[in-house]
Design a protein around this ligand. Sequence first.
Ligand code: ATP
Length: 289
Amino acid sequence: MTTVITHTGEMNQVHQEMAAEKTAAPKETCGLPFVTAPRMTARDVSVSYEGGAKSAIRNINLDIGEKQVLAMIGPSGCGKSTFLRCLNRMNDTVPGCEVKGEILLDGHNIYAKEQEIVELRSQVGMVFQRPNPFPKSIYDNVAYGPRIHGLVDGKDELDGVIEESLRRAGLWAEVADRLDQPATGLSGGQQQRLCIARTIAIAPEVILMDEPCSALDPIATGIIEELISELKENFSIVMVTHSMSQAKRVSDRTAYFHLGDLVEVNETARVFEDPEHKLTRDYIGGRFG
Ligand SMILES: Nc1ncnc2c1ncn2[C@@H]1O[C@H](COP(=O)(O)OP(=O)(O)OP(=O)(O)O)[C@@H](O)[C@H]1O
């Protein structure tokens, strides 16, 4: 009797281990995590919260290509936003958050002691999930960055930067005659484009976007997606999205995260049409998430 129970227990364990092996994240990320001439590189990046008690992402190795859109997808809580926030040191402000590993921007370590945070944020801009315009005029929202970073010399130059930024964000025609009006009077989609204009006004190299369309209706979403495709002509973009169709439409590369591991990254078409890892296949096939 005892033998049978033990044997059954052993068989169960073997089956569990086999099942775990099939679904476990690979020791190395599948696909092509590295690109030639990357703008940013992440090597062995691990992040924990609560003073190390809670691991959020483990040993992430990933390149951000120049003038490309990288989409990060995966089930809720898998660490997409945590990784995104590492790229401009937003996690520095979270008490008990520890970031390990190395992240380089144009070959410079952004976690080096001498790195100025204000300078980094001007090189790596961020657009948040919910449009967050300042309670100021449309003009002053866009003028804020160039003013504090001392990027412009005089009113004429500032006016030029503001018009150019609003044009590139596809908003100029809608707001040109009311630049002195409060930004909070704009629609949600317009506010998000204003936040994008505010970000590009400081001429960053990389733009991080954390689910930039999740608070928008389908029409505003379409406008922002078109804008992202245009912006990549000048910027590198890293975007977290819960929408696989959005990742397919706008990104060049897609990274799939699962429970803190970067399981697979590759050209977007490859990830969606012929993923290497079972976890990626299951997620894009809608089997979990
Ligand atoms: N400030 C924090 N303190 C403690 N734990 C955190 C904190 N922020 C995130 N976490 C945890 O880290 C893990 C990764 O979270 P993260 O927000 O990066 O995931 P995500 O993939 O972006 O999720 P979602 O798609 O739901 O936004 C989760 O377990 C989350 O609970």
